[in-house]
Ligand binder design. Sequence first.
Ligand SMILES: [Mg+2]
Length: 240
Amino acid sequence: MSVVSDIVARVRSMPSGQAGPGNPTPRPVLVFDLDGTLFDNGPRTWRILVDFAERHGHHALRSALDTAPRQRLPYMLTETLARLSVTDAAVVESAAAYWKSRFFSDDDQQHDVPIQGALALAQCCYDAGATVVYLSGRDVPNMLIGVCQSLRAHGFPVGLARTAVVLKPNFHDDDLAFKKSAFDFIDTLGTVVGTFDNEPANSNAFQERWPTAVHVFVNTQHAPNPPPLHPAIVAVDDLT
Ligand SMILES: [Mg+2]
């Protein structure tokens, strides 16, 4: 049985429906990260770099992008640019500034594509009675509308009972500290049975908080110099 199947089975084995009078048993809760976990944001970066190249007349870069991978890009933009033979410091700096001005915004999230198996997993667990929490380092002021649009456009459960979108209050908030700050709220929703994240530090924090749940590390991309992954955490390449 795959770890994904195991989590779905756990959800189905627990009471579902709304907690409350007549149904006091906490229902299952799943926690999903977005970038690098449910969504591949590589196409977002690819689209932004295309626009940068066209607006600034970087013809070689624009041409290189036509045949470059659009998914599963490196975590660091500088590495993506290096693969496209962009190493001039001034161009890298200009591209990075342009990329930053668009990557962390509502509109360009439309280019993200779900990780393989992500939609079926979220739908299946929701339909089985789980509460689905999207816990992401994207921030409310710049990205909330795009988050909801993207989730809705791809068919993820969102805006419904037994769903929650939990984002950072501010762009500059630390991702890990923010996620930890949401733990108490998540515990009010039910019993966490599974978490999914592409950052080892986040998965380790989930493991520490909810040691009896299944924690899945999605091995897509992550920040440099990650801590060792807790041995109980399951690593997967996608969500099939
Ligand atoms: Mg992530």
